[in-house]
Design a protein around this ligand. Structure first.
Ligand code: ADP
Ligand code: ASP
Ligand code: MG
Length: 404
């Protein structure tokens, strides 16, 4: 049995018209002789009625005191609705299918509600259904615990449902259909000259995705990488095959993309920078601050420790808690709010001098202050004020010739 997993994101299943485009891709794959497992996200985006954030808005979003278990029961409904509506539309196109919840599809997760991890997938039932039907539809983003409680696997998790199913079913490949024509050199919503990449390695897109390129979930990439299943990230509206993600050694496609130092640029915003200077006992300060942050469950990033203080970043949503914690410690922090972290990612920059200097020069020419910077062999990060984000991304995109 040749199995293909096709995942359709929120905008791809939003309306009858977009679902019609999705069904065209299913028809094409059926004509090529595949059995298809379709994974769907909830329909549309807020304020569409059954989108995940719309369902969350019924209970005041993340401010609600409702337990994560009950929240999961609520937000999993978005994908359940989507799977059944999609099955209905397929039937109108003379394609019979069976729609399954994540749990019915055999997806067993941990009980870490709202961010559960997939532990195993029992594919027996899907295999049995695929013998009788051409198409099985699975509600993305959901699973169940061993005690049959409904879980969700973290925002953007339908990508992970798709690659995990593909790995368990030993599918030939996974298509991730979305609202852009593949993986681009930067978010096309912010950088209008962003260019589609024909191919990218698992490690590079994983890196970009962890740095904020939300076109695919990094956990989804890791699962496909372990099972060595190729992924195509494609537009639902077009025939184009999009971007191919494989294990291809970087040298194999060096001609096409790795003549460039940087493969892509990603960003994360809603970040606050915290700076604490303490002349007395600086060693004590570092230990005390990071221990207190960890105990409060606040994740810290971009840590710079120097003889007279510490600088680090947190997510804006953790700022009220961080302020309380630091008040208790009786230190004098300065907060720089509304920051953005830009990441330049590329296998080609490994070990090459001059990349950081080019970034610094580009941002300085645009009079954009750099609040912090750091680098590893394949990524360079800079922290700037969010108001400068669009200018910075576009300038760096030009400086590294990513539009060419
Ligand atoms: P879906 O609902 O289909 O899962 P998402 O909104 O999660 O779609 O992901 C697609 C979006 O990812 C695009 O609309 C685009 O704005 C954003 N994006 C961010 N970085 C990139 C990138 N490097 N390449 C393509 N899209 C990107
Ligand atoms: N609907 C879920 C979300 O918005 C999962 C997904 O779309 O991948 O996060
Ligand atoms: Mg997504």
């Amino acid at each position: 049995m040749r199995i293909l997993v096709q995942k359709f994101g929120g905008t791809s299943v939003k309306s009858k018209r977009s679902r019609q485009h999705a069904i065209r891709h299913i028809k094409e794959a059926l004509s090529e002789g595949y059995k298809i497992v379709v994974v769907v996200s909830a329909m549309g985006r807020f304020p569409d009625p059954y989108a995940t954030d719309s369902l969350l808005s019924l209970i005041n979003g993340n401010q609600s005191k409702l337990s994560n278990r009950e929240k999961d029961l609520l937000i999993s409904c978005g994908e359940t609705i989507s799977a059944t509506v999609f099955s209905h539309d397929l039937l109108e196109n003379q394609i019979e299918s069976v729609a399954l919840s994540g749990g019915e599809a055999g997806i067993i997760t941990t009980s870490n509600f709202s961010n559960a991890q997939i532990k195993t997938i029992d594919t027996q039932y899907i295999h049995q259904l695929l013998k009788e039907h051409q198409v099985v539809i699975v509600a993305g983003f959901q699973g169940k615990t061993e005690n049959n409680e409904v879980t969700t696997i973290g925002r953007g998790g339908s990508d992970t449902s798709a690659t995990a199913l593909a790995a368990a079913l030993q599918a030939e490949f996974v298509d991730i259909f979305t609202d852009v024509n593949g993986i681009m050199t930067a978010d096309p919503r912010v950088v209008s000259n962003a260019k589609k990449l024909e191919a990218i390695s698992y490690t590079e897109i994983c890196n970009l995705a962890y740095q904020g390129a939300k076109v695919i979930h990094p956990r989804a990439v890791e699962i496909a990488m372990q099972a060595n299943i190729p992924i195509r990230v494609r537009s639902t509206m077009l025939k184009d095959k999009g971007t191919l993600i494989t294990n291809a050694p970087e040298a194999d496609y060096s001609e096409s993309i790795h003549d460039k130092l940087v493969t892509g640029i990603a960003y994360v915003n809603h970040i606050t920078q915290i700076r604490i200077q303490e002349i007395k006992e600086p060693q004590q300060l570092h230990v005390m601050v990071f221990k207190a942050m960890a105990e409060a469950g606040i994740s810290v990033d971009f840590i710079n420790i120097s003889p007279n203080g510490v600088v680090y970043t947190i997510f804006e949503r953790d700022e009220p808690l961080a302020k309380e914690v630091l008040k208790e410690l009786k230190v004098n922090p300065t907060y720089t709010e509304d920051c953005a972290k830009i990441s330049l990612v590329g296998a080609g920059m490994s070990g090459l001098p001059g990349v950081t200097s080019k970034i610094v020069q580009t941002l300085t020419n645009k009079q954009i202050p750099i609040l912090q910077s750091a680098d590893s062999h394949r990524t360079i990060w800079v922290l700037i004020q969010n108001k400068n984000l669009e200018t910075a991304l576009n300038a760096l995109h030009v400086a590294f010739q990513l539009e060419k």
